[in-house]
Each structure stands twice: as C-alpha cells, then as structure tokens.
Design a protein around this ligand. Structure first.
Ligand code: NAP
Length: 260
C-alpha cells in the first residue's frame, strides 16, 4: 500500500457492477482492497460468474454475489449476504451500473421507446436510490457512496442517446441523495469518467471514434485509464474527501472544459 494515501483498514466496501477485468468497478474494487478495505463484489448476470469469481479471489473478496439491481428481492438478498460477509456496517458503496437496450443506442434518439427509456432509467439511475434505500442504516456516519457518470449527462455526445438523459438524472440523483444523507454524515459523489474501453462502452455506436477524438482534443491529449478513474474514486470514497459531497468530479483529461 502507498504510505502517502490513507489506509482503509477496518472499512467495508460493496462494489456493484463488475462484468470483467476491464470494468471500472473492478478497478475501484481492487484499489479499495489494496488500501486495506474488506470488499464484496456484485455482478448482474449469472453468465459473468466465471469471469468475476477469479477476480474476487485475487483480492480475497469477502463475498461475490449475483444481483440484478432492478429486482428488490435480489438487492435485499445481496445485503443479507454482505451482512454475513462484512458485518452490519457498510462504509463504502460503489454503484457502477448502467444499461440501455441496443435498439435505443443504434436508432435515432426520438425513436427511443417508452419501455427502453424506462429501462435505462431503472437500471442506470433508480438503482442508485434503490441501493442506498436498501443499505439503510448500514450506512453510518462517515460512510461514502460513489457512482460513475459521463459527459453525455451535460452535452450531446453522438451515439450516447438515451444514456444521456439517464446520466443527467443520475447526476441530479447524486445531489438529492447528498442533501438527504448529509445530516446523517453520509457522503454521495460521482466520477464523470472519460471514455474507457469496457463491455458497456462497446455497446455505444462509434465508441472507437469517440476514444480517438477524445485523445486528440482533450487538454491532456490522451485518453484516461481505468486506474486513473479508480484513483479519483478512491479519493472521493476515502476520508481525504471528508468535506466533499454532491460533487461530480470529471476525470477526463480536461475534455469537459472545451467549447468550440
Ligand atoms: P461494464 O464493465 O460493462 O460495467 C457495467 C456493469 O453494469 C456490468 O457489470 C453490468 O452487468 C452491470 N449491469 C447492467 N445491468 C444490470 C442490472 N440490471 N443489475 C446489475 N448490474 C447490471 O462497463 P463500465 O464501463 O465499467 O461501466 C460502469 C459504469 O461506468 C457505468 O455506469 C458506465 O456508464 C460508467 N462509465 C463508463 C465509461 C466508459 O467509457 N467505460 C465512462 C463514463 C462512465 P451485466 O453485464 O451482467 O449486465
């Protein structure tokens, strides 16, 4: 562990949304474990178990559980598992989940179906509220919640389609949760990450061009790495950010500041 960064020894963490070793959630989980936290992982689809189980093993995760965040019973069952594995207190909760139906990403935005819009909102936005709600009193004073957003929340990004309004709602949800949980001493923040090659990103039409354009135009003239996203997430989750809540921290090489 780096002696210049705070230890998370004695802290418990649940990271929801790990598909494979490219997942931003995985990089965050690994960073938290490296700092000494006891970490539980959750993945959405049982077909992913064979990919996620070895990752869990590699960081000696306290639990590795399947949970579809759209099903309240599965969310409850996940917390029952973490109660056993981590104890009744949850210090760090990471939401790294998003989904939009393929047809709503390849089609024209005005053709987004009612069902597709609702599904993107349910999986990518309400799930954060649902997790915080189900976590309830496990989040004690000093606890910290983090989610992942993208520039498509604030600007039109070709190809992002229905995920744009979903991320805008997610960022607003961060602020409302931060205000609601602040009096309990619980912080809620987001990292708005630049594009990183992952399974979810692969579903976005033109993602390759997005990466190329980002590297060419971002003030730092490169793309960001999953490790850099995880480092910023670690900062927001850790006591280093003890006075930071309701914040959307861009980790994008400065791309978001650009105008024409
Ligand atoms: P990823 O590895 O594919 O992670 C997305 C996760 O969401 C997957 O584990 C997926 O599981 C999970 N998920 C989807 N529907 C779910 C459901 N109903 N219940 C439980 N889990 C579900 O991709 P990622 O890029 O790391 O994405 C993580 C977060 O970072 C997302 O919020 C994404 O929008 C955000 N983000 C990504 C980028 C980027 O460029 N990669 C940039 C900015 C923000 P299943 O595969 O099992 O459905």
């Amino acid at each position: 562990m780096d002696s210049t960064t705070p230890s998370l020894a004695g802290k418990t963490a649940l990271v929801v949304g790990i598909a494979n070793d490219h997942s931003l959630g995985w990089h965050i989980a690994r960073r938290l474990a490296a700092a000494g936290a006891r970490v539980a992982l959750a993945y959405g689809d049982e077909r992913l178990e064979r990919r996620v189980a070895p990752l869990a093993e590699s960081i000696a995760a306290a639990a590795c559980v399947r949970c579809d965040v759209t099903r309240d019973a599965e969310v409850e069952a996940m917390f029952a598992t973490t109660d056993t594995a981590l104890g009744p207190r949850l210090d760090l909760l990471v939401h790294s989940v998003a989904f939009a139906a393929r047809e709503d990403l390849v089609g024209e935005f005005p053709d987004t179906s009612r069902a597709g819009f609702a599904m993107a909102m349910d999986v990518s936005v309400y799930s954060l509220v649902g997790l915080v709600r189900a976590a309830g009193a496990r989040l004690e004073p000093g606890a910290s919640v983090l989610t992942l957003s993208y520039l498509g929340a604030e600007r039109v990004v070709a190809g992002y389609k229905v995920m744009g309004p979903a991320k805008a709602a997610l960022e607003s949800t961060v602020r409302y949760l931060a205000e609601a949980l602040g009096p309990r001493g619980v912080r809620v923040n987001a990292v708005s990450a630049g594009p990183v090659r992952t399974l979810a990103a692969a579903g976005i039409p033109g993602f390759r061009e997005l990466l190329k354009g980002h590297a060419e135009k971002a003030p730092l003239r490169r793309n960001v790495t999953a490790e850099e996203v995880a480092e910023a997430a670690f900062f927001l989750l850790s006591p280093m950010a003890s006075a930071v809540t309701g914040e959307i921290l861009h980790v994008d090489g400065g791309f978001n500041i650009l105008g024409v």
